[in-house]
Design a protein around this ligand. Structure first.
Ligand SMILES: Cc1cc2nc3c(=O)[nH]c(=O)nc-3n(C[C@H](O)[C@H](O)[C@H](O)COP(=O)(O)OP(=O)(O)OC[C@H]3O[C@@H](n4cnc5c(N)ncnc54)[C@H](O)[C@@H]3O)c2cc1C
Length: 440
């Protein structure tokens, strides 16, 4: 079956993925004399940097997702299809999806990345990832559910398993999650669960590198580490988690931790798609592209964002997998597609690093700009402003702003509801961890 898209005399660009890269591209290309088909497995765009706030009951999922169709109302040359792309046949310029096949003139792969468990099936089956809003919601339910269960558990070992949480990965996501869990313990638990002894609750952060936030400056790392320690997060560096059986976390130095919940923020790998030669796949499952974002060997297939592996002198191991790279790839590709349309020479892409930041908690953030590094309260306000500014949609901006102001003045998160999906398929992957919560 072929996906039904009206025939057109304009060149058809099929964009796979409505994340930062795909969506930026589709928006900038609409009304540019192309027929655009935007395909995503979800009917919404997700703002991943704020997933952890959904997981920590600070924001509703609807505040950080945006319906794709709403963005393209009244755009007659943009077609949206909710479908999962499974493979490509480059010889006949066709993609295959779960709802049918489709031919393209130009194909742009903006598939993003998925959680990388580095081949450890045992951990993959039990740890909780945070790569979709559904997973963030699952984590929220699981945390709250476990606190409820801890209230009625008299067995000390079981209670410790329910209360303690291990976060694996000391990058921005792990640091943000660990910091906000620690704040939840400090501000919320004593009020909501006065019968629980908060001193029994331990938040652990395990990082394989010698410092947290290893992609940021040493100054930012040191400050973030200090902020985490002040919030009583137990940080362990130079350590890799090697196993998790649902109760015990085993580390490469032979030590063990008792916790039923492991939050996995230890890495990502490019999302998979069949049909490209193995030679085109770089370490980390990213697709090798040249400086014009063309998949090596193809003039009409491009990869942008997290899934693209582009080498620059400054980035011999590929550019970082962050939102700015995705947006800049997309913006540059718009220019190159227009040049291609006119038969002109394409221009090579260079990534301009505008800086990076991470928040640890209230008045605790770190910011590295190209010529200025700062930490603390001002950094925290800058972090909030930048994230609010980048969020899509006026309503979302307003809702997030109101939530943040409310949380700021009340030291509270108002959304601590355990809402379980009735239809289990609402979650993207039914891992044993997901199965377990569905059964409860
Ligand atoms: C928890 C978390 C926090 C983060 N925080 C920050 C931050 O603070 N700052 C920052 O710069 N970056 C951050 N990042 C990274 C940033 O979100 C990514 O770099 C960015 O989203 C990459 O954009 P993308 O368009 O390449 O991929 P994505 O935004 O992941 O979009 C990929 C899209 O492709 C769709 N898709 C995937 N496979 C298929 C398929 N087979 N068929 C159809 N559709 C498919 C997905 O549904 C998704 O919509 C964070 C990431 C996470 C997970």
């Amino acid at each position: 079956m072929t996906i039904n898209i009206p025939a057109s005399d304009k060149k058809r660009i099929v964009i796979v993925g409505g994340g930062f890269a795909g969506l930026t591209l589709a928006r900038k290309l609409s009304n540019k004399n192309f027929q655009i088909v935007l395909i995503d497995k979800n009917n919404y765009h997700q703002f991943q940097p704020l997933f952890y706030q959904v997981a920590m009951s600070g924001l509703e999922p609807s505040s950080i997702v945006f319906p794709l169709r709403k963005l393209f109302q009244n755009q007659k040359d943009v077609f949206i299809r909710m479908a999962e792309v499974q493979s490509i046949d480059t010889s006949i310029h066709t993609i295959y999806t779960n709802i049918g096949d489709l031919q393209y003139d130009y194909l742009v792969l903006a598939l993003g990345a998925e959680t990388n468990f580095f081949g450890n099936e045992q951990i993959a089956g039990r740890a909780i990832p945070m790569k979709s809003v559904a997973e963030a919601l699952y984590l929220r339910n699981r945390i709250l559910n476990d606190y409820e269960k801890a209230l009625t558990t008299s067995d000390n070992d079981e209670r410790q398993g329910l209360l303690d949480i291990v976060v694996v990965g000391g990058g921005p996501t792990g640091v943000e999650v660990a910091g906000s869990l620690a704040e939840m313990k400090k501000f919320i638990l004593p009020k909501d669960y006065p019968e629980l002894n908060v001193n029994e609750v331990a938040i652990h952060l395990i990082e394989g590198a010698p410092r947290v936030l290893s992609t940021m400056s040493e100054q930012a790392s040191a400050k973030a580490h200090r902020f985490l320690s002040e919030l009583d997060v137990k940080v362990k560096l130079n350590t890799f988690v090697t196993d998790f059986d649902g109760k015990w976390i085993l580390m490469n130095d032979g030590t063990k931790l008792r916790a039923n919940k492991v939050i996995w923020a230890a890495g990502v790998r490019g999302s998979k798609i069949e049909g490209l030669s193995k030679d085109l796949i770089a370490p980390g499952n990213r697709i090798k592209v040249n400086r014009f974002n063309q998949v090596e060997g193809y003039h009409n297939i491009f990869a942008i964002g997290d899934v693209a592996f582009m080498i620059e002198e400054k980035y011999p191991k590929g550019q970082p997998q962050v939102a700015q790279v995705a947006i800049q790839h997309a913006t540059h590709l718009v220019k190159n597609l227009k040049l291609l349309q006119k038969g002109q020479t394409l221009k090579p892409f260079s990534y301009y690093d505008k800086g990076s930041m991470a928040t640890i908690g209230r008045h605790l953030a770190v910011v590295d700009l190209p010529y200025w590094r700062f930490q603390g309260a001002f950094a925290w306000f800058v972090w909030m402003f930048v994230h609010l500014f980048t969020l899509l949609g006026v309503k979302n901006k307003l809702f997030v702003f109101i939530n943040w102001v409310w949380n700021y003045f009340t030291y509270d998160q108002s959304l601590r509801l355990i809402i379980r999906p009735k239809v289990p398929k609402a979650l993207s992957e039914r891992t044993p961890a997901v199965e377990e919560v569905i059964q409860h």
